[in-house]
Design a protein around this ligand. Sequence first.
Ligand code: DGJ
Length: 684
Amino acid sequence: MGIDVAGSTFGIHTETTSYVFGVTGEGLLRHLHWGGRIELCDVIVEPLWELSTNDLIQDVTPQEYPGHGRFRYNEHCLAIMFSDGGRELDLRYAGHDLGAALVVHLRDDRGVRVDLHYEVLESIDVIRRWVVVYADVPVSVQAVASAQFHIPYRDLDLRNVAGRWGAEFQEIVQPVTSKVVLESRRGISNHHHNPYAVLSRQATETSGQVWGMALAFSGNTKTVVEQTQYGQTLVQLGINDADLAIALNAGDSFTAPAVVATYTPHGFDALSQNLHDYGRSLMEPTPRPVLYNSWEATNFAVTCDAQIALAHRAAQIGAELFVVDDGWFGRRNPEPTGGITDGLGDWWVDPAKFPDGLTPLIDEVHQLGMTFGIWVEPEMVNPGSDLYAAHPDWIYHEQGREPDTARGQYVLNLTLAPVQEFITQMLDDLLAENVIGYVKWDANRPMSQVGAGRDVWYRHVQALYDIVREVKGRHPGVLFEACASGGGRIDFGALSVFDDFWTSDNTDALDRLDIHRGYSLVYPPQAMRAWVTDVPNFLSQRSIALTFRFHSAMTGSLGIGCDLTAMSDEDLRASAKHVQQYEQLRPLMQRWHRLENPSSNDYRLIQYSSPAGAVLFVFLPASRLGHTSTTVRLRGLEPTARYRFELDWQTHVARGDYLMNRGVRVWLQGDYASTVIRFDRMDD
Ligand code: DGJ
């Protein structure tokens, strides 16, 4: 059993870790341990005392879920306003229930109760926490974090990402010396920071203590990391309290999104394995099909004939899925405005582009042996659309102000029932009338002017999840890709309803290596879509060799976004070979490892391992002085098993311990050089 209780002490145990807290004499929930596995019978609860008249017990106690008020000056998890304007909260322990999860009850005498839920996924060293707030009197919830954690060190490094459109998931590392806040206020999880915190102590990829926490929510989020004055590091994750107010009537409750947490003493690789395992537990296990997407090839200038021409070439190189991107609907025309000011909301097939509807294209795609997929942006509407003309009141805007456009579009108010019904029905009809196996759900602008309701930030995201779940329930088997101008909607909340992530509009194969690396710390590579596109790249203007572009995209779920009708026969043949190779490697591509590069040359090393073998990707963006080789020490192999591989035009056989401890030498020359090496485990 992963959860045990001894008197007023609670233990949540995975196979190798323990999370322990207990009830203090004051009725506060005091955090006691999060780290390696311990037994509850050994726990000594040392007395805690107020350090001075300025360091009182509410702050000195590392609390599991502190409320605002009294002598609590460090971060609080819950802030409430009562109907008389009172805001003091005094949450005390009021019992617990132990079933599949542990539920600890907290109560405030003025009519607020909070249930803290703890669930354990023992085999992957992950715990899940979430809270439910119950109102027995009318209240306004002003802040509600999902969980607070205490790490028993004060000298930790924080890892997250900082980015923007086209530059998502750029890894940042900073020592936590005071308080750091990472947040989104855009209504989507955003391109800037991501809703997680990874804290480490002198850790490398393979050694050192690491704690990771990620929030499953795709809207406004806030992560606070603070070195407390009492020698610990406090981490809090939840929906953002900026511009938040959730009204609860007597009898109402509010469930905050879950936080996933893991600890390992074995470095960042082990942390990623735990979180990837968790991510994969949310996903359909079948591998994502090799995709062709028309966006970079045709932009808004979509026509049935041109898409059919692309589909023929896509099938020729071995794509398994053909996705028509933006431009097939409404009056979504490329000229004169670039296609962005009209069409969104009018989800009828443009007869000028598809005189006989989508069926001829879909039939052709099916005859070519591929699944058909389609792009939509259901949360948005253009001012010039029929939908907006019929329902100008369906968008977010503040009375008396000009509504905001970004990319020429408004955001639909998803909290309105008619809007939810419209989107659900539109998708239901689209999928019922056409044989579609894949939907790319885009969202190309942040929210603004949300109006009077300050709970909209939360309810919009909930409505999004509900709609996707409902449509998937009506059309089982259809995969949904989450895209928000690239990687603006990537988090575990999105992964619980979507099947694939579009990680960035930046398709430059070198930039993507950094984006993939940042993404890989927390999220599983199986959901990371990556395309090979034309050169010079539209963003970087770099011309990278086709092989490097393929190898870079093959580290994720392979996609192709080239204008295949303009591709030379030689490149088409090479592309077909790469796709075939990817399909052969795919079963071995299970666990992702960021390998260290000991060379003075800038090699980038990415490896996958699986019980059947491994795949190693080696990239050399630019050869540097000395043109040195690198030594690759693999990970995740069975030490005593033997593996067969090709290196320097020779076949070798070596044991896992040799490959992991001594490693193999790989030498690339030139710029944008790359190679992929397969290691097959031999029968024992
Ligand atoms: C942004 C996406 O990230 C692109 O892949 C493409 O779908 C465009 N939107 C279409 O407008």
